[in-house]
Ligand binder design. Structure first.
Ligand SMILES: Cc1cn([C@H]2C[C@H](O)[C@@H](COP(=O)(O)OP(=O)(O)OP(=O)(O)O)O2)c(=O)[nH]c1=O
Length: 192
């Protein structure tokens, strides 16, 4: 299948399940008029997937989009270090939600799966010194909400309620379940 994503995390998660991936990245306009975060991530994932699917009509194409939702605000990737600092400062000691939308298409076979998953993340109370230390690692800059649960950012997190991979950028378990519901078996998934 084609993974329409430049995210190394999404590739890693899917490859851990022995999927054979061809990477093709779609540069799309990541803006959305949707108000609901779940609809927004689905719309942006759809834009990524359909762009590549239109150029590869026989292929299975998968794309995703991840955001952090904190007190009704949608947080994407930080614009700069100051933005990363501001995001982390307000999320310290509080709970937020990570939502990943994903879209799986095969235009020729008329397969279309559009879905999302949510994980609650409880952050520890951390001080300015720790935020500055974390920003100096450079880890926050390419990640929604300015942290990576799978990296050094893990020490900022107390616990989660939901799927870890969903926070990392792709809810593998829910996706596999969706495919099975659509009649695609575990053996077939590896060969798509
Ligand atoms: C919250 C969180 C996000 N992230 C990452 C997952 C996503 O890669 C990124 C959110 O940006 P996205 O726009 O969802 O994805 P991307 O730009 O990295 O890749 P593409 O659009 O080509 O598919 O944040 C982590 O790696 N760990 C985390 O804990």
């Amino acid at each position: 299948m084609i993974l329409a994503s430049k995210s190394p995390r999404r590739k890693e998660i899917l490859e851990s399940f022995d999927m054979k991936l061809e990477i093709k990245t779609a540069d799309i306009d990541e803006s959305s008029n949707e108000i609901k975060p779940s609809k927004q991530v689905e719309e942006i994932a759809y834009k990524k997937a359909i762009k590549i699917a239109n150029e590869n009509k026989k292929s299975y194409v998968l794309a995703a989009d991840t955001v952090v939702v904190f007190e009704n605000n949608i947080l994407g990737k930080p614009k700069d270090e100051k933005d990363a600092y501001d995001m982390l400062k307000k999320m310290s000691g509080k709970v937020h939600e990570v939502i990943t939308g994903y879209v799986f298409l095969n235009l020729e076979k008329k397969i279309e799966i559009i879905s999302h998953n949510r994980t609650k993340v409880y952050m520890r109370d951390f001080d300015e010194e720790k935020i500055n230390w974390y920003i100096a690692t450079k880890e926050p800059m390419d990640k929604a909400g300015a942290y990576g649960i799978q990296g050094k950012g893990n020490i900022l997190i107390d616990k989660i309620d939901g799927d870890f991979f969903n926070v990392m950028g792709f809810p593998l378990s829910k996706f596999i379940n969706d495919l099975e519901i659509n009649g695609i078996s575990l053996e077939e998934i590896k060969k798509l």
